[in-house]
Design a protein around this ligand. Structure first.
Ligand SMILES: N[C@@H](CCC(=O)N[C@@H](CS)C(=O)NCC(=O)O)C(=O)O
Length: 242
């Protein structure tokens, strides 16, 4: 039996930031183990906390997701994708394209951080219910200013590159990530998304193309794709979708 080369470590019940890595692995058809979601030896939450507790060979990761490949443990979503993409054929070879992809992925990470802060503006260790007034203010600023600004930026980048992909004409991991961002924002903020809809035709077409990619479509229809929920990053609290 061949051993899956890629081991993804991420919280087992949410899409979260792990989903950006899952989508890249799934789109490429790369064999991987979603370690914390598996049962048995070297699996489950115990295996994840063990590596986070200083048992990782090399550099200890601060937070999931992280990817283990042999003795190499790589953390930070954008960093994991930077490593994986050339190996999975999800970024062109030239340096300018790789830097562009990484830059865009870091911008996705900024956006994801701001989405997280709409429901946890004070602390990730407090319940949402304990920071609701602050969350309401933060979410109003996010849906009113930041969400339109981020999406208009990605729309411009896409249009300027010809409309096929965010990094020129090539299909890259950034296209997968922006598809995921749109899916998450549609779930969390349907009213705010309706307000920006007319301004993002290129992103919508890109999202449809990504969802129709055979391996992505089959992943999205599978049990491996967890549903969005109110434990993850993209949460639907109607009161935050003003
Ligand atoms: N910048 C990191 C953020 C990692 C992160 O915040 N992970 C969350 C789950 S999505 C977590 O478990 N954080 C625990 C913590 O920060 O203590 C990345 O993009 O991977």
């Amino acid at each position: 039996m061949t051993q899956a080369p890629y081991e993804l470590y991420y919280w087992p019940t949410i899409q979260g930031r792990g989903e950006f890595v899952r989508l890249a692995l799934e789109d490429a058809g790369a064999p991987y183990r979603d370690v914390a979601r598996k049962h048995g030896p070297r699996s489950g939450m115990a295996a994840m906390t063990k590596l986070m507790g200083g048992d990782a060979p090399g550099l200890e990761p601060f937070a999931p997701p992280f990817l283990k490949v042999g003795e190499l443990v790589i953390a930070q979503t954008a960093n994991i994708l930077l490593y994986l993409a050339p190996r999975l054929g999800l970024v062109p070879d030239d340096e300018a394209s790789r830097l562009a992809a990484h830059q865009l992925q870091l911008t996705v990470a900024d956006l994801v951080g701001e989405v997280h802060d709409t429901h946890h503006p004070i602390s990730g260790s407090l319940y949402y219910e304990d920071q609701k007034p602050e969350a309401a203010r933060r979410a109003a600023a996010f849906t009113g200013e930041r969400l339109p600004r981020f999406l208009a930026y990605f729309e411009r980048v896409l249009a300027r590159g010809g409309g096929q992909g965010l990094v020129g004409g090539a299909h890259t991991y950034v296209d997968l990530s922006v598809f995921q961002v749109l899916a998450g924002l549609d779930y969390a903020f349907p009213r705010a998304m309706a307000r920006v809809e007319a301004g993002i035709p290129g992103l919508r077409a890109l999202g449809k193309r990504v969802a129709a990619r055979p391996r992505v479509a089959s992943y999205l229809a599978s049990e491996r794709r967890l549903p969005f929920n109110e434990e993850g990053i993209f949460r639907h609290y109607p009161e935050l979708d003003g």
